[in-house]
Ligand binder design. Sequence first.
Ligand code: HEM
Ligand SMILES: *[C@@H]1O[C@H](CO)[C@@H](O)[C@H](O)[C@H]1NC(C)=O
Ligand SMILES: CC(=O)N[C@H]1CO[C@H](CO)[C@@H](O)[C@@H]1O
Length: 324
Amino acid sequence: MDANKMNRLLLLLSLFLILNISSAQLRRNFYAGICPDVEQIVKKAVEQKVQQASITVPAILRLYFHDCFVNGCDASVMIESTNDNKAEKDHPDNLSLAGDGFDAIVKAKQALDAVPNCRNKVSCADILTIATRDVVNIVGAPRYEVELGRLDGLSSTAARVEGKLPQPTDDVDKLTSHFAKNGLSLDDMIALSGAHTIGVAHCTKVLERIYGVKEDPKINATYLAQLKELCPRDVDPRRLVVMDPTTPGKFDNVYYKNLQQGKGFFKSDQVLFSDRRSKPTVNLWASNEQLFNQAFVNSMIKLGRVGVKTGRDGNIRRDCEAFN
Ligand code: HEM
Ligand SMILES: *[C@@H]1O[C@H](CO)[C@@H](O)[C@H](O)[C@H]1NC(C)=O
Ligand SMILES: CC(=O)N[C@H]1CO[C@H](CO)[C@@H](O)[C@@H]1O
């Protein structure tokens, strides 16, 4: 074997070891001996909630992203602020984390607590992980097996949200660096951005973009006109607008097709098509939905490994929104 091949083999081997170590505590069927029906129970509660309020689907997906990017997937985003602690969810970047997402997790926890062997045995972080898989599946993403065994975090502060979440005005350099800090690659970033194939945003978040700002890739003229109509300059700040104008309720690869036509909602979406580093992947996934689905699922599982708490770094909360 030549030196080049040997080097590549060693690199692969060390990558394998790193990946294995960082996720060693997580596994499928973690609750098999404790609460074997956990996934069924969570699914049923989440489905019920989605039937009452379809916004629950994007709400949970975004909640998961924010939870994992701020101090790891440990449900710290769910903690309610108290008089002496301003929690993560009350950072301005959370504005619009729709209440229905939180409510769905609380309902699923209640359903688990109604089953004696499951009561206070499943972490809120794992409930959120299962619920996220289930909601994206409801709107068309493939169902994937989730890794479980996370503990709930012991702290949550608004201050530490600062700088952790990518911004809608970010370019590919900034986006990549945010994701890299969480062990996620350029392709993970492009795949997970595909989450914007569902859900809504506040008009206020896009006003600057549609009413003229430099250094932003061009918006499709037809789409721009539509956006301006939906979001006039003096729009009510509570007004929401769908981010995928073509198939807003469906989880599909249309997000990437939209980018090809200049119909990315945020600058951070459209730059994926204008930057030569991400453009080939956008084109690939726009033309092959199966490849996108596969990539999305793999990246979601990787997202779920970010900053997982074990041992004395966490516990199982009795109330997802308050520390024990
Ligand atoms: C790549 C960088 C990202 C940026 C800059 C970004 C930014 C945003 C912003 C500003 C909103 C609208 C908030 C509002 O006005 O109400 C939004 C919505 C949303 N984001 Fe992202 N996001 C990013 C990545 C992600 C990822 C990785 C996911 C999940 C895997 C995600 C899921 C969502 C969902 C589902 C919504 C809609 C929420 C709803 O309908 O309630 N985003 N995002
Ligand atoms: C802009 O959108 C229109 C209508 O949705 C579409 O027909 C057209 O091809 C798009 N333009 C570009 C440059 O992609
Ligand atoms: C759902 C939720 O708690 N959203 C909060 C996010 O942060 C803003 C501003 O800091 C609060 O006003 C929201 O209530």
